[in-house]
Design a protein. Structure first.
Length: 385
């Protein structure tokens, strides 16, 4: 199994903290926005005598309420087309185990969410990357790039929009291009939509919005980022393909059931007013604007403006992001502070790419974000010498 590029530097951060150094965590997408009190109260006030297994697909009451949520974002599904999972991670796992056999190949525009590598490894699937460029803001690579790598073993394409790690938001035209490829070559389209509520420049387009793709789309979802509830471990696999659904249910039955208390939270979340997302979305957009402006003002740094999620990729004047990110924690501090970044090399499948790039998660308030940028700016001056 490959190590997590997001978590592998944790021991160095822990050592820095033991020395009394403050570490600004921009390495992981852990929101600092408060989890809605109403969904926490739903668990606290639940009248439960025995915390039982739920249905393997999740509580029917929750799945029925989820259909209402999906309807609001233009996705028309039935409750029996939804499997509740232990986080979005398990949705990805179920999708891979269900739709691929060992030795099959899946195409992923890179840089991509690093854990796709881990889940593919567990399923015996080969990840085939096609490269998007920081110069274009990580737009979808041209169709010809997909065509070049399709083989008889190719069974699917994975996308994440808005994207982790780049923040890129796929356009309607780009989604239609993916539809064309999938229909032409009879491929699954795995769509990771964990960040759909956080689109700043452009319109969110779901793979489920694509007509004629009913049997091709496997949607992977989670409440983690949407409601700032990462620790609940509650996600969903959604598909209109009955054969895929029935096969995925076997994996769901094998792990018995998704988290019970989290499903109570999930149900309560759907009752939140539609206006709930206005404040966190505005806050993330303010943070994005602060981060991108600060980064692009630093000599030798380039950061495209992300259209969604809460991540940005930046090119730095360094030669090895892994060494630089470790150095920040192990050997550098500024006013007794340092910053933890995610080396971008771990988000690429092609060896050697991303060595001068990092991913930053703008999950800190603007005061801390500015302080972190002060640290990074000083660090680059020192590192350059």
């Amino acid at each position: 199994m490959p190590p997590s590029p997001i978590r592998k530097l944790v021991p160095y951060a822990e050592t820095a903290k033991k020395k009394g150094i403050k570490v600004y965590h921009l390495n992981i997408g852990q929101p600092d926005i408060e989890t809605p009190p109403a969904i926490m109260d739903a668990v606290r006030n639940a009248d439960i005598k025995v915390l039982e297994y739920s249905h393997s697909a999740g509580n029917e009451s929750y799945r029925r309420k989820l259909t209402q949520y999906y309807k609001k974002v233009g996705i028309d599904v039935n409750y029996d087309q939804i499997i509740i999972t232990t986080g979005g991670s398990e949705a990805i796992q179920f999708g891979f185990f269900t739709c691929f056999n060992p030795g099959d190949e899946v195409i992923v525009p890179e840089p991509f969410y690093a854990n796709y590598n881990g889940f593919a490894c567990a399923a015996g699937v080969k990840v085939v990357p096609i490269t998007s460029s920081i110069e274009t803001g990580f737009a979808l690579p041209p169709i010809e790039d997909f065509e070049k790598v399709i083989t008889p073993k190719t069974k699917g394409i994975i996308i994440c929009s808005p994207n982790n790690p780049t923040g890129y938001l796929y356009s309607k035209a780009e989604m239609e291009s993916l539809k064309t490829i999938c229909l032409k070559h009879d491929l699954y389209l795995f769509s990771d939509e964990a960040y759909r509520e956080f689109c700043y420049d452009g319109e969110y387009v779901s793979a489920m919005h694509l007509e004629g793709m009913e049997n091709h789309v496997v949607l992977m979802d989670t409440i983690s980022k949407r409601y700032s509830a990462c620790g609940a471990r509650l996600g969903a696999l959604v598909t209109k393909n009955k054969m895929v659904y029935d096969a995925a249910m076997k994996f769901a039955q094998a792990r018995l059931s998704p988290p019970g208390l989290a499903q109570i939270m999930g149900e309560a979340a759907i009752d939140l007013p539609e206006s709930y997302f206005e404040a966190p979305k505005a806050e993330y957009q303010k943070r994005r604007d602060t981060l991108v402006k600060r980064l692009n003002a630093m000599p030798g740094v380039f950061c495209p403006n992300p259209g969604g999620a809460f991540y940005a990729m930046a090119k730095l004047p360094i030669d090895d992001c892994d060494k630089f990110c470790q150095w920040l924690l192990e050997s550098f501090s500024y006013n007794n502070q340092t910053v933890m970044l995610a080396p971008a090399s771990g988000f690429y499948g092609t060896p050697g790419l991303g060595k001068n790039e990092v991913r930053l998660a703008y999950v800190l308030n603007t005061t801390d974000l500015n302080a972190a940028m002060d640290v990074l700016e000083e660090a680059l001056k020192v590192y350059g010498k």
